[in-house]
Design a protein around this ligand. Structure first.
Ligand SMILES: [Mg+2]
Length: 344
């Protein structure tokens, strides 16, 4: 197909119509800090009313599913606790492979970790004595003492399951150490790796999500390549990257993973999505055209909106990666030129 005009065919239908279950990451996707992402409530309401299954999938282990659902409802986003999947729940499922319910487990982390353990029939203890396992997740009250006692237990042979390995997370004041950084502290002392990890990008999280909210045509929506997009790829679920969180245009260009769809925000789900396709000179998407300029070692995209130029350029990047190697993009030997202005 070489006619740019025909590229808008895919945009006649809303993107959401292609899926029967949509799984949402939270931070950077539906909210940033205390505020909802613009249009998130409207988009989720429309998707829900259309009968599409919805799940909210979070690596944040500090809160319970009830807490997460009520926070979303406060932001105007319709959510039920049964639609929430947390890394704590998945960590406890992994624990069940090692330790029977009824045993005493040392809790490092917030209420989310404790509630998940209690819900599965464990004795969740804030005192490390007589514990046979440690479940470690994030909580703002986690102390050096907690980390030290976890380390002592692990050195003594206790099973060690962690909720997630995110090294940092964004707060209103800046970037803060995440659970992965606290896991590193314990790993340094205990001298070994955890026995299991619950959260994204591990596929256990997506397996639980699919069991909770099944769909034949699912989609995972996230703002991070290293957790969300990687989790979708590991589980064989198509992915949509949103640019409302931590990932910026430059990160898309240097990414070593491919998102199937790229949108500014979740609002992209209730809009049309022009698919990219190949022409002799490059790739086109919704009136934008990306071509490789060999003299300048750059992919230049022109026409259409800035977002469609990025989509066309990303499509060309992955087509070229087979030939020139992905390193050319991840290491910056081939640069990206999206121009400055939107023409639409
Ligand atoms: Mg996120």
């Amino acid at each position: 197909m070489s006619d740019i005009g025909s590229q808008t065919l895919g945009s006649e239908h809303k993107l959401r119509e292609r899926f029967d279950a949509i799984y949402f990451d939270l931070d950077g996707v539906l909210y940033r800090g205390l505020s909802a992402v613009d249009g998130a409530a409207k988009a989720i309401s429309e998707i829900s009313e259309a009968g599409c299954g919805i799940a909210f999938v979070t690596n944040n282990a500090s809160r319970t599913p009830d807490d997460v659902a009520s926070h979303l409802r406060e932001l105007g986003i319709p959510a039920k606790s049964t639609e929430v999947v947390t890394a704590s729940q998945v960590a406890v499922e992994i624990l069940q492979q090692y330790v029977s319910p009824g045993e005493r487990v040392f809790v490092v982390g917030g209420d989310g970790v404790e509630q998940a353990l209690l819900g599965a029939g464990y004795v969740a203890s804030r005192d490390s004595r007589e514990c046979v396992a440690v479940v470690q997740g994030f909580g703002p009250e986690v102390s050096w003492r907690d980390l030290a006692h976890a380390s002592y237990l692990i050195q003594g042979g206790a099973i060690w399951i962690v909720t997630n390995l995110d090294s940092t997370f964004p707060t209103a004041s800046g970037i803060a150490p995440g659970n992965g950084s606290l896991v590193d502290a314990v790993r340094n002392a205990a001298g070994r790796d955890p026995d299991g990890v619950g959260g994204k990008p591990d596929r256990a999280m997506m397996d639980r999500t699919r069991a909770a909210v099944p769909g034949e045509r699912p989609l995972l929506v996230g703002d991070r390549y290293d957790t969300d997009i990687a989790a979708g790829i590991a589980a064989g679920i198509p992915t949509m990257l949103v640019l409302s969180g931590v990932t910026q245009t430059a990160d898309v260009w240097s990414a070593n993973l491919r998102a199937d769809y790229i949108c500014e925000s979740v609002q992209g789900l209730i809009c049309g999505y022009p698919d990219s396709s190949t022409i002799t000179e490059g790739h086109v998407c919704g009136g934008a055209r990306a071509t490789f300029v060999e003299m300048e070692m750059c992919v230049r995209a022109t026409g259409g909106t800035r977002l469609n130029r990025l989509r066309a350029a990303d499509s060309l990047k992955w087509a070229m990666a087979d030939e020139v190697g992905l390193d050319a993009f991840t290491q910056g030997r081939i640069t990206l030129d999206l121009g400055l202005f939107d023409l639409e």
